[in-house]
Design a binder for this molecule. Structure first.
Ligand code: SF4
Length: 725
């Protein structure tokens, strides 16, 4: 039987299995039974994106399954007795994706999903997870996503494949109990932060990866549901996913694999399969056999067409963002520094070039070698000296903030905090692998040169481990931190000539541009004005470009000629004009990875602010996920806007609408997160008790109760001009 024949049969088998389960659920629950996956605004996302059908009930599922079956029936009608082609097989693959999505929803109705087991299976991946990872996907921190199916020949091989993928910064999703169990056995950490997520014990759970990826077009791309061809193009061009199928391929797995190929995700198999090409769909091979497991990850990356530059410092432990989220627990700690157990700090300072011996790592301390060998607790100063013709003192803080993730990316080394409140742990495992104290410096020199080589010519690191030295130098560092803070505080939108753009999210949301000013950071929260300025120095033709402000046309709302001019070009004509300080009229566009949404509450003459991760209802009758679905996609949505958390406490936060006095509702977690800075801002605005007057979910989740509460506490928004004009 030809491969396309097998795939069509696999799709038919999946359709039949789903039909049987649907009939059972129709009997047990009835047509009107309502179902939704958790934390998504996109119903059954694959079906919604490709067919436009918003599945809300079991009755809707029947319609959706008929549509999927119709795709396969269409193949038979077209071909008659002729054998199906590759194109037919890909269509059958998509039909099988629709069927499997229904199958998983039906299993959830029956209480069989998410699967509870000793492995922490994630099940359905939420919109929040898509938005949380958004920045890392666009800035290249995560260059691609691998879906692993089946099981490797043994657990050590499974671990090696995953470590190879992690070292190439690939996000790994697992479908199947075999591979999940093998990795669990090898002690591989699971979770979003370690970038290895087990979805479920069966191959069909791979669909959770697909219906997660398909949402990128809805969330960021501003695409409409039902535009199947546009969705397929978006996936093929912008979503860097691929499948690694380990072990024998059943006809059902082949059908799901064909659906993946239809989306542009190549399939790498360890079986003896024929090489397949799909012109115009996959840039290189669509299906390829790789029998040597040691080459599998790199070959997969190559087939997907990813150009990954990995810079691993010369240290004896694995290194990469996948290890950033791991913790080193107390019982696993060989030696630790700081964390209120000993004085510790880190500091980047600019020195004249002649005072720096490039790449020198020095450890200063009495008997430091034997004290390190003994383990336990030690004081620590990490002083990084840099010099470079393009280096500016303003960039010291930018480089210093990266020290945290630089150290954390080393497997078995853990870092928390910044400046003089750091806490560093080196694990027994890392020590046994040969990790020396100097390696803390090696990590910094290598990563700083890799990331900032365009502005830094020379770097040296000195580590101090004697308490008197650390305490003395910490005072010098503290003066430098204070001076930096003073300088940062004096940076205002008015005091600079240039704002900066960030175009990184255009890879997913083609018309979106973040305009970053000293008082307004990017809406993902990851880039402030100094970050963007440094990034521009590093890569003058990259995603951060200076925007000459030009003439100020409207001071209240923050409209500048230069900003409008830039935006017209950079958004491809989608944005004509931007008002920096209002949400009511031509506000900033939102891509999808915003940390918070600001939305108008007309009944309260104010706005609410809700953060990503808050799962409850808001007084506008929508949860974060629903609000987010109507705000993103790179369009301006008057009355609603995505923002970074720290923008809330900026003096420019919706200044044209009345600023923070307009905030009438925020979840408690958000209030707690910004409490200190907000209280300071509220005092500046002469409303020191404002935070207490802002309602939260413990007070109300509907507009009427909100209005009652605001009246009772005399919230200032009620006294302000009407927000609606
Ligand atoms: S600053 Fe804006 S464009 Fe840049 S990554 Fe963040 S959200 Fe995307």
């Amino acid at each position: 039987m030809s491969l396309p024949d097998t795939i069509v049969q696999g799709a038919e088998s999946l359709l039949a299995i789903t039909r049987t389960m649907l009939n059972g659920v129709l009997q047990s629950h009835g047509r009107q039974h309502v179902f939704e996956f958790p934390d998504t605004a996109y119903h059954l996302p694959m079906i919604y994106a490709l067919t436009g059908l918003a599945v809300r009930t079991v009755g809707d599922m029947e319609l959706a399954l008929d549509k999927a079956a119709g795709l396969v029936a269409g193949i038979h009608e077209r071909r008659g007795m002729e054998a199906p082609t590759l194109g037919d097989a890909l269509e059958a693959g998509l039909a099988s994706h629709l069927a499997v999505e229904l199958l998983l929803a039906l299993r959830a109705i029956r209480g069989d999903e998410p699967v509870r087991a000793d492995i922490p299976y994630q099940g359905f991946l939420s919109d929040t997870m898509q938005r949380t990872l958004g920045v890392q996907l666009v800035d290249g921190t995560i260059p691609g996503v691998a879906v692993l199916l089946g099981a490797a020949p043994d657990s050590a091989t499974a671990k090696q494949i995953v470590r190879d993928l992690q070292e190439n910064r690939i996000f790994v999703l697992l479908a199947g109990s075999g591979i999940s169990r093998q990795l669990h056995q090898e002690g591989v950490e699971f979770g979003l932060e370690s970038r290895v997520v087990p979805l479920g014990p069966d191959a069909v759970h791979a669909l959770y990866a697909v219906n997660w990826a398909i949402r990128a077009a809805l969330i960021y791309g501003g695409m409409k549901a039902g535009e199947m061809l546009d969705h397929l193009s978006y996936q093929r061009e912008r979503v860097n996913a691929f499948v690694i199928a380990l072990g024998a391929l059943s006809q059902e797995v082949l059908a799901v694999g064909a659906g993946a190929i239809a989306l542009g995700y190549p399939v790498i198999s360890d079986q003896d399969v024929p090489t397949l090409r799909a012109e115009g769909i996959c840039a290189n091979e669509a299906l390829v056999s790789v029998r040597d497991y040691s080459k599998m990850a790199l070959r997969a990356v190559e087939v997907r067409g990813l150009k990954i530059t990995v810079s691993k410092p010369p240290i004896p432990v694995p290194f990469g963002p996948a290890f950033e989220g791991e913790r080193v627990r107390k019982e696993d700690t060989f030696v630790e520094f700081g964390g209120q157990r000993s004085p510790a700090f880190e500091w980047v300072r600019t020195l004249p070039t002649e005072e720096i011996e490039h790449n020198r790592i020095t450890v200063v301390g009495t008997d430091w070698k034997s004290r390190y060998e003994d383990g336990g607790i030690l004081p620590l100063a990490i002083i990084v000296d840099v010099a470079g013709r393009k280096m500016q003192p303003d960039f010291e803080g930018v480089i210093e903030r990266k020290m945290h993730s630089n150290i954390n990316e080393a497997h078995g080394i853990w870092h928390m905090g910044q400046r003089d409140i750091i806490w560093v742990r080196i694990s027994h495992e890392a020590r046994q692998s040969g990790f020396e104290l100097e390696h803390l410096g090696v990590i910094q020199t290598a990563t700083i040169l890799h990331n900032y080589g365009q502005i830094i010519d020379k770097v040296q690191v000195t580590l101090y481990v004697d308490e008197p030295d650390v305490v003395r130098l910490r005072e010098e560092a503290r003066s430098a931190y204070q001076e930096r803070d003073r300088r940062l505080g004096s940076l205002t939108d008015e005091s600079v000539d240039d704002f900066y753009s960030c175009l990184l999210c255009q890879s997913f949301a083609p018309s979106h541009v973040c305009v970053i000013s000293p008082e307004r950071l990017g809406l993902c929260g990851a880039f402030n004005w100094l970050d963007a300025k440094a990034a521009h120095e590093i890569d003058p033709t990259g995603g951060n470009q200076p925007i000459l402000k030009g003439t100020l046309l409207d001071e209240r709302v923050g409209r500048y000629t230069g900003v409008d001019e830039y935006l017209r070009k950079a958004s491809g004509g989608a944005v004509e004009t931007l008002n920096m300080y209002t949400i009511m009229d031509n506000p900033m566009t939102s891509c999808g990875c915003f940390e918070c949404i600001v939305g108008i509450v007309p009944e309260a003459n104010g706005v609410l602010v809700v953060h990503r991760g808050y799962a409850g209802m808001t007084p506008v009758g929508m949860k974060f996920s629903t609000l987010a679905a109507s705000v993103g996609g790179g369009v301006q949505t008057p009355g609603f806007m995505g923002v970074g958390v720290n923008f809330i406490t900026s003096r420019k936060f919706i200044a044209g609408d009345g600023g923070i006095r307009r905030i009438v509702w925020m979840p408690t977690a958000l209030k707690d997160r910004i409490r200190e800075a907000f209280t300071k801002r509220a005092a500046e605005e002469d409303v020191p008790d404002l935070l207490d007057k802002i309602a939260d979910e413990t007070i109300c989740e509907d507009p009427d109760s909100l209005a009652e509460y605001l009246a009772a506490v005399h919230h200032p928004a009620l006294e302000m001009d009407s927000l609606l004009g």
